[in-house]
Design a protein around this ligand. Structure first.
Ligand SMILES: Cc1cc2nc3c(=O)[nH]c(=O)nc-3n(C[C@H](O)[C@H](O)[C@H](O)COP(=O)(O)OP(=O)(O)OC[C@H]3O[C@@H](n4cnc5c(N)ncnc54)[C@H](O)[C@@H]3O)c2cc1C
Length: 403
């Protein structure tokens, strides 16, 4: 069986739906198919709040069916292979599907095997992670009665690089509210050299670390978890000297290592690091002009977030429509915009917005929200995170509207 569609989109997540919805708004005669096996679509940015007991997980889930734009065909199947020389993709049950243009947007996957003992530790409930089960994080936090609370992240790229810190600040605030702060030691061990790559944000976060008395350990990469003894092992580099460090914990929140999905990694479309090899400004594949990559799967030197996709999607859509008209895909206007809503406590947030150069690039709309400086903590930013952004996501972005 072989079917053909003018545009095939792999993935009905944030990126796939946004691209499909924007394309249909521009031209409802396009023949578009989205391939995705998942019946559910997740608004993952709110998982940070779920992990801190201040958001209902069910509100982050909608059926994929409800989001597929009218006129777009949904093929409910996993893609198993990519054959860019034949302009086809293989699926598990629906055979081969050919295309004129392909948008690759299957997100990324957690790969627990990259840290020794991590899978067992997760299976035994010794580790919690907002990336795996945010409701379990909240359970662990409520059951924690003092001791060492360890927060860490891997050396691979991860979704929303700030998320491992956000849950730590919320946990610190929670422990303070419970009167457990004097009996607790909070450690943030991370492979990075600094708390955040954007200077004004780093300045605020340093104050936040001090406020909660968090022991910040840069250049620490988690390499092994000993679940039975509740010890995490790190490879570290202190003042140029390589070493290892074992940290015993009572609570461990860990962002797992993350990679492109297997069918992407095994294809000829990836770079050496295994991510989709696209032009960083046009999102067009570097070797196959009729293929675009967007979202978490793409090899872009910026933070992997839904906010980044909001700025990537119009570029992909514009370039696709240009190609369809026989013009060059010359829209190279994506400058690496991404943003990270760094929740720093219940009711407080800092909004890191930046580009490929790690320059702080706040949206002028912040002024309309009466926020003079979004690099500083503000309660209005918390309102943005908890109420306004989810509303905009479901009602505007998923419908292809400009926000
Ligand atoms: C804890 C956490 C906190 C976050 N916080 C924020 C935040 O505050 N702000 C922010 O902007 N972003 C945040 N993010 C990141 C954001 O959710 C992602 O960057 C975004 O969802 C990526 O969109 P995507 O379309 O690339 O992937 P996804 O939305 O993950 O969608 C991928 C889709 O591809 C499908 N798929 C996978 N494999 C196949 C296959 N073989 N065949 C077909 N389909 C396939 C999946 O079923 C899925 O529907 C956070 C993420 C997490 C986990």
């Amino acid at each position: 069986m072989q079917t053909h569609h003018q545009i095939v989109i792999i993935g009905a997540g944030t990126a796939g739906i946004m691209v499909a919805a924007q394309l249909m708004r521009k031209n409802s005669n396009l023949d578009i198919a989205i391939i995705d096996p998942s019946e559910k679509h997740y608004y993952q940015p709110a998982w940070t709040l779920v992990g801190a007991g201040t958001y209902d997980l069910q509100k982050t889930i909608r059926s994929t069916e409800s989001l597929i734009p009218a006129g777009v065909k949904w093929i409910k199947d996993p893609v198993t292979g990519l054959q860019p020389d034949d302009n086809t993709v293989s699926t598990q049950h629906s055979g081969t599907i050919s295309y004129d243009y392909l948008v690759v947007a299957p997100g990324l996957v957690n790969d627990l095997s990259l840290i020794e003992g991590l899978q067992e530790a997760v299976d035994q409930g010794v580790v919690c992670s907002n990336y795996i089960d945010p409701e379990y994080t909240w359970k662990c936090l409520q059951e924690f009665k003092g001791g060492t609370a360890l927060f860490t992240q891997p050396a691979t790229p991860i979704k929303c690089g700030g998320a491992p810190q956000k849950i730590m600040y919320l946990a610190a605030d929670y422990l303070r509210k419970q009167g457990l702060d004097s009996r607790s030691k909070i450690i943030f061990a991370t492979p990075g050299a600094v708390i955040f790559g954007v200077k004004p944000i780093a300045a605020t976060l340093t104050q936040v670390l001090n406020r909660y008395h968090i022991d910040f350990k840069p250049a620490h990469t988690p390499v092994k978890i000993d679940a039975a003894n509740r010890i995490a092992y790190f490879r570290n580099n202190i003042q140029g000297v390589e070493g290892t460090e074992a940290i015993r914990f009572d609570l461990l929140h860990l962002a797992p290592p993350q990679t492109a999905p297997k069918f992407v990694k095994e294809s000829i479309l990836v770079n050496e690091a295994g991510w989709l090899d696209v032009d960083i400004n046009s999102l067009q594949h570097k070797r196959y002009g009729n293929i675009f990559g967007i979202g978490d799967v793409a090899a872009l030197p910026t933070a992997k977030t839904g906010a980044a996709i909001r700025k990537q999607a119009p570029v992909v859509v514009d370039n696709l429509l240009k190609l369809i008209k026989g013009l060059a895909a010359d829209n190279k206007s994506y400058e690496g915009y991404s943003s990270c809503p760094l929740v720093t406590g219940y009711g407080k947030m800092v909004l890191a917005e930046f580009n490929y150069k790690n320059e702080f690039t706040p949206d002028p709309k912040m002024k309309m929200m009466l926020i003079a400086d979004s690099s500083k903590e503000h309660w209005r930013l918390w309102i943005l995170k908890k109420y306004i952004l989810p509303y905009l996501y479901w009602n505007k972005m998923m419908k292809g509207e400009d926000v």
